[in-house]
Design a protein around this ligand. Structure first.
Ligand code: NAD
Ligand code: MG
Length: 402
């Protein structure tokens, strides 16, 4: 009998959760859902419980009793846990093999790190976990013999273009490069690529979250509009592949067909291509080293023409410049940048600030919040302490603007 892989999906009610569960539903012979978590849309979580019959589910602490009642009214016997403890509980449960880390933002860090320390196979969408705690995360993966597979389409593309030896050595290119010279992260340029800074200044929330190629959650959609997303991905790539920021280039490729590239010393560039659909990288990571049907649309190569490549404008997309600055400064700075950005994006989505204020707030936070470098023994509590300070001070910067 073929064993099924038992999967826990953290952030099951979101966009990555949707794509993941669509694949799992289509491949019941390979996968079963062991646990799910949701935070905001609990009606949707209830429907997912009815469909996938997980053994456990995690909700916000305040919702545990109510959700348990709703499950039993629906005739379902599912263990309900809650809050950060509940997330950690299901992320480390010995009954699950694989943890899909798809919570958005810093909220995903403790459970993702706990999954690494439990030696899980982690499919990582929650890039903020690496931006805040890259070194701690990568050390935990090594020490506890966990497996980390990137879901972010760019990092997944790079992973696919790397030699097997590097794939199997926790992606650590720096250790033994096998001829890898550089990585190229592609970026769509977001909805404002062809527009002026002045037009970007006037952007409504609806315009900012309307991505030309990808359908995603609100926070990452705003991050794509400011190109902070590519900045966060640059930092993510530095940790994932153990490279300094100057070995990673960003190129705008508006068609989002090439998902990223690896440049080799002999002049070869290996690229991964595909429709802009997260089901492809998710299916790759779920089945690695095999391949399964993802359900994404095949590329119509005859209809494709004119793949373009453009250098990003770092004045218009200052967040990308800030990410390099923070990466060079150290982890304390990347934590501040991530926290400031989460606060600023939330303020934009609430209609309190303009889209272009996000970069200004991020820059001011980075410059104002000067902290000593974290030492090698820094752990999650030290990281969360910096995150808290940065959120508090950024809240004040936002309040001054509104
Ligand atoms: P989303 O907003 O659609 O979903 C986020 C999920 O996290 C939801 O299930 C939500 O309930 C949960 N959540 C939110 N706040 C929480 C909290 N405080 N505690 C616990 N759970 C909480 O986001 P998404 O677009 O699916 O993105 C998820 C992650 O994947 C992000 O880190 C994003 O950068 C990354 N990612 C997304 C895409 C994409 O196409 N959507 C692509 C690459 C990477
Ligand atoms: Mg990406």
């Amino acid at each position: 009998m073929v064993m099924t892989q038992r999967i826990t999906v953290l952030g099951a009610t979101g966009s990555i959760g949707d794509s993941t569960l669509a694949i799992l539903a289509a491949q019941p012979q390979h996968y079963s859902v062991y646990a799910l978590s949701g935070y905001h849309r609990l009606d949707k979580l209830l429907t997912l419980c009815q469909q996938f019959l997980p053994k456990r589910v995690s909700v916000p602490s305040a919702a545990i009793d109510d959700f348990a009642q709703r499950l039993s009214a629906a005739g379902l016997d599912i263990d309900v846990v809650g809050g950060e403890k509940g997330l950690i509980d299901i992320a480390t449960d010995s009954q699950a093999d694989t943890v899909v880390a798809a919570i958005v933002g810093a909220a995903g860090l403790p459970s993702t790190l706990a999954a690494a320390r439990a030696g899980k196979r982690i499919l990582l969408a929650n890039k903020e976990a690496l931006v805040m705690a890259g070194q701690v995360m990568m050390n935990a993966v090594k020490i506890y013999n966990a497996t980390l597979l990137p879901l972010d389409s760019e990092h997944n593309a790079i992973f696919q273009c790397l030699p097997l030896a590097i794939q199997q050595d926790n992606m650590q290119i720096h250790q033994s490069s096998h001829g890898v010279r550089k990585l190229w992260l592609t970026a769509s340029g977001g909805p404002f690529l062809g527009q002026s800074f002045a037009q970007m200044q006037q952007a409504s929330v609806a315009e900012a979250v309307k991505h030309p190629n990808w359908s995603m959650g609100q926070k990452i959609s705003v991050d794509s509009a400011t190109m902070m997303n590519k900045g966060l991905e640059l930092i993510e790539a530095c940790h994932l592949f153990d490279l300094p920021e100057n070995k990673i280039n960003v190129v705008i490729h508006p068609q989002s067909i090439i998902h990223s590239m690896v440049e080799y010393s002999d002049g070869s560039y290996l690229a991964q291509l595909g429709s802009p659909d997260m089901k492809t990288p998710i299916a790759h990571a779920l089945s690695y080293p095999d391949r399964i049907d993802s359900g994404s649309q095949p590329l119509d190569l005859y209809a494709l023409s004119g793949l373009e490549f453009v250098q990003p404008d770092l004045q218009k997309f200052a967040c990308l410049r800030l990410a390099r600055q923070a990466m060079k400064a150290g982890t304390q700075a990347t934590i501040v940048l991530n926290a400031a950005n989460e606060i600023a994006v939330a303020a934009f989505l609430d209609g309190r600030i303009r889209l272009t204020d996000i970069a200004d707030i991020n820059e001011q936070s980075l410059n104002d919040i000067q902290l000593p470098p974290l030492n090698d023994t820094a752990d999650i509590d030290d990281i969360l302490a910096i995150d808290k300070i940065a959120r508090h001070l950024t809240d004040r910067l936002v309040a001054k603007l509104v």
